[in-house]
Design a protein around this ligand. Structure first.
Ligand SMILES: [Zn+2]
Length: 90
């Protein structure tokens, strides 16, 4: 488990940002479509909720500065340098 986390941390920030964004967007859209067909909480809706919340958690855990741990604004684009410590980002 620790090994997987270490390997995931070496991925570029933009990749993590994409995973987080797609997970949140996909979970929300498919979840919303599910609510149009069924009023009750079903299995697919639970999976969508987990995806949407997972996307947020993913952003909090992985989309941060590797030097100082600064969290980036999810709505703003990431520049080449950390706005907090000035470290160069990949
Ligand atoms: Zn930083």
């Amino acid at each position: 488990m620790q090994n997987i986390l270490e390997r995931l941390r070496t991925l570029p920030l933009q990749t993590h940002r994409g995973i987080s964004f797609l997970s949140m967007l996909g979970g929300s859209i498919i979840g919303w479509i599910c609510t149009q067909f069924s009023e009750r909480l079903n299995f697919v809706l639970v999976i969508c909720l987990v995806c949407a919340i997972g996307g947020i958690v993913w952003h909090i855990v992985f989309v941060r500065c590797p030097y100082c741990g600064h969290h980036f604004n999810p709505r703003a684009s990431i520049s080449n340098y950390c706005p907090d410590c000035g470290g160069k980002l990949e």
